[in-house]
Ligand binder design. Sequence first.
Ligand code: FES
Length: 155
Amino acid sequence: MAINNRREFLIKTGKYTLAGLSVISFGYLLNACEQNESPIKTEGPQSFDLTEYEPLMQVGGVSYIFLKDIPDPLIVIRKSEDSFLVYSSVCSHQGCNVDVPAPGSDIMVCPCHFAKYNVHDGSVAEKPNDGTNIKGLKKFVSKFDSNTNVLEVMM
Ligand code: FES
């Protein structure tokens, strides 16, 4: 009887051990798969189909453009049929997102402490309300293909 109990104990323990190892292995496998995903691309050109950003389909239009892997959008302004201004929306004061300019406006305003940036070159037009000296907005070079309506931004 004692041998049977011991045998049953070993069989049950073995089953539970195998089940436990299977769960651990499956978890490990899932984790490995997640780690093998393609690395997130944060540098290099990124392309945007402007038909998805209606305000940018006409000259003078302004819009945020959202990158897949970066939480802060870009500010894009269409200067002419084939040229665009592209800025990071990250305010150089404390990192808030600068508002897109009103169409036709010469300034972009940060809503946090009201720093103002020049639409034409991203330079500082007015310091934030605490008087801190800040840098202009980061500007990106872009290239537009009017046949495809794709704007390529060099990141
Ligand atoms: S974070 Fe933009 S003005 Fe302060």
